[in-house]
Ligand binder design. Structure first.
Ligand code: 6R9
Length: 635
């Protein structure tokens, strides 16, 4: 029996049982058989969730790019590794073979190295979805530098916060980016961010759009000439399995963003293993994940997982609505995509459009469809199944997180029967538990509780950069000896999991995790605002949209409300980015608070979703009269 590629349900159960009975042996076999190591491990796993400390494959040495690139050169050198599809459909797609990729990554590694970047240094990458993004990520991994990709839709403040938090010396960016009909001045955003980042020494700039930008002497350099002069080979740095690979920021419910720290060996084998099984990837398939590499989905399932399997992975620069709402399907037809992986928010947006956009194209190459990022509602699931998959393609509803590094709960297509809105069963090596409010594990089915994981898996984050205590407090303190996901879940009679959503103050808007606290902090910077509270409410396309309750200072009371609304959204755009703009803003004379001064978001959430039949326990409220007022205004 091969552990590595599950082909039917019985085999899934066999593999799963084996993985739980002896996880170390299970992962050791995967690691032995499918990867190249410079040196094998002394110990497969050492862990202690109370510290928390998790170490996989201690003593082993490797370089992840050797696994993702070099070892494919002999048999797949001429195979396309990255297929780049530009924003403009009239611009030609680019096939980057494994051999090309090797040369490009090595040249970039030489450039970074000549600019003084060494093993362990942090490099922030702020690039659109162009090949330089993947090449920069891999070049960092090649020399052992820690990459931190910041989504190129984030504002200058969000960028500078991340640069300073991880202490990056270098930023890689581009002059600008295309997004449908628009161009965005990325370099201008970087310049603004760097006013607050004294430690950045070098900015490397890729050319993408035709614009004039400022280049600061001694700091900024165009990438192209440097790459042209660089040597096309670079010996991979030998890394320990537990050496950091990257930091990726995710929103927290309080305070600044959390720099999730991922390490090398375990992350590699887990993303590769899950890519192979969840997408049932086979040689000559053309796999496309529509995510941005600025998110974990792009790290694990555009770059590392696919390349570790020698796959062809598509990178799409554009948006689903440009030049029209048929763009995704045009690309599927054009490149004969076999696996297509996207987010529920994109599915909902496309489902709103005329079916003619999809009927025009031949989608018969598709074999597996995936979704990720938030719960998929029943209607969207059926639309995806009926119109994209034409009922021939299993849908893999993949549940996971930035923190988990890879997919934890998902059907294995052609093995696990799917069920709309259910992520179904844990993948091999994953041991979920549902916990009740008192902290006890709920045994038996059906069940409804807080989702935890009881045992380490290889790609879990090891820490929060610069704040291990926060890592412990956030994930390992709610339930003893368990990793707490922050999500709630149901388990049905047969043991299938359905994720019901966050139980903390993170709101998922169009698949983006947004913490309420940073948005509130931003709003509160507006001179007329006294206080604010943000909650989510259901939205047809975005899944959730943001509803803000805002209390004004006396000086703000006389101001025009519509102007204030515009200004508040402007402040949010500046501090966080347009994705965090509020759909609704209600001005109130106060916010409902507990006696200990905590805002009762639960009540505000109910009012925003027009679900005011039963507000639950309001006995701890300090100011119940304010609830009446807010309800009257809102309804
Ligand atoms: C990969 C990714 C993580 C949060 C997670 C959960 C939600 C992700 C989901 C899902 C229901 C799914 N989530 N996949 N909810 N069904 N298939 O999205 O990582 O950006 O860190 O978000 O997204 O709430 O806790 P990240």
């Amino acid at each position: 029996m091969s552990n590595y590629h599950i082909k039917h349900l019985e085999e899934y159960f066999q593999v799963y049982r084996k993985s739980v009975r002896d996880p170390e042996n299970f992962w050791e076999e995967v690691a032995e058989e499918h990867f190249v190591w410079r040196k094998k491990w002394d110990k497969v796993l050492e862990w202690d969730f109370s510290k928390p400390e998790i170490k996989w494959f201690q003593g082993a040495q490797l370089n992840i790019t050797e696994n993702c690139i070099d070892r494919h050169l002999r048999i797949r050198g001429e195979k396309t590794a990255i297929l780049f599809e530009p924003n403009d459909p009239n611009e030609e797609a680019e096939n980057i073979t494994y051999k090309d990729l090797h040369g490009r990554v090595c040249r970039m590694a030489n450039v970074l190295s000549e600019k003084g970047i060494k093993k362990g240094d942090r490099v922030v990458i702020y690039l659109p979805m162009i090949p330089e993004l993947a090449v920069s990520v891999l070049a960092c991994a090649r020399i052992g530098a820690i990459h931190s990709v910041v989504f190129a839709g984030f504002s200058s403040t969000a960028l500078s916060t991340r640069i300073n938090d991880c202490g990056a010396k270098m930023v890689i960016t581009s002059d600008g980016s295309y997004r449908g009909k628009k161009t965005i001045d990325l370099k201008g955003i970087v310049d603004e961010a760097l006013n607050d980042c004294p430690d950045v020494e070098t900015v490397l700039v890729a050319k993408r759009i035709d614009s004039k930008i400022d280049m600061k002497a001694g700091r900024d350099e165009w990438l192209a000439p440097l790459l042209e002069g660089a040597y096309g080979d670079f010996p991979p740095e030998v890394m320990d399995a537990e050496d950091p690979l990257f930091i990726l920021y995710t929103s927290g419910s309080t305070g600044k963003p959390k720099g999730m720290l991922h390490t090398t060996g375990g992350y590699m084998i887990y993303t590769a293993y899950t890519f192979k099984n969840v997408f049932q990837y086979r040689e000559n398939d053309i796999y496309w994940c529509t995510a941005d590499i600025g998110w974990i989905t792009g790290h694990s399932y555009i770059i590392y997982g696919p390349l570790a399997n020698g796959a062809t992975t598509v990178m799409f620069e554009g948006v689903p609505s440009y030049p029209d709402f048929g763009r995704f399907w045009e690309i599927v037809q054009k490149h004969k995509i076999t696996q297509f992986y996207t987010a529920p928010t994109a599915i909902r947006a496309l489902a709103k459009e005329n079916l003619d956009f999809i009927k025009k194209y031949d989608l018969s190459s598709l074999k597996v469809l995936g979704t990720v990022g938030e719960p998929i509602n029943e209607e969207a699931w059926h639309w995806y199944n009926d119109h994209v998959g034409e009922k021939q393609c299993p849908i893999v509803d993949t549940w996971w997180q930035t923190e988990t590094g890879g997919i934890l709960i998902s059907p294995v297509p052609f093995s696990t029967p799917t069920k709309p809105t259910y992520a179904t069963l844990p993948l091999p090596g994953v041991q979920p538990a549902l916990m009740d409010e008192k902290g006890a594990e709920i045994k038996g089915n059906p069940a409804d509780g807080r989702l935890c994981i009881k045992y380490p898996w290889p790609s879990m984050a090891r820490s929060i950069w610069g704040n291990h205590q926060r890592y412990k407090d956030t994930y390992f303190s709610a339930f003893e000896n368990k990793y707490f996901t922050g999500d709630g879940a149901l388990r049905d009679e047969v043991g299938y999991y359905r994720i019901t959503g966050r139980v903390d103050d993170v709101i998922i808007v169009s698949g983006h995790n947004l913490g309420t606290a940073p948005i509130e902090d931003a709003i509160n910077e507006h001179p007329a605002v006294a206080e604010s509270a943000i909650v989510g409410f259901p939205h047809d396309i975005k899944g959730n949209a943001l509803y803000g309750y805002v209390t004004l200072k006396e000086t703000g009371e006389s101001r025009d409300r519509d102007n204030l609304r515009k200004e508040i959204n402007q402040v949010i755009t500046e501090h966080i980015g347009p994705i965090a703009k509020l759909d609704k803003i209600q001005f109130t004379s106060g916010l409902p608070k507990t006696r200990s001064g905590k805002i009762m978001r639960r009540i505000l959430r109910k009012i925003a979703s027009k679900d005011t039949g039963n507000l639950g326990d309001t006995s701890t409220l300090l100011n119940p009269e304010v609830v009446e007022e807010i309800m009257e205004e809102a309804l």
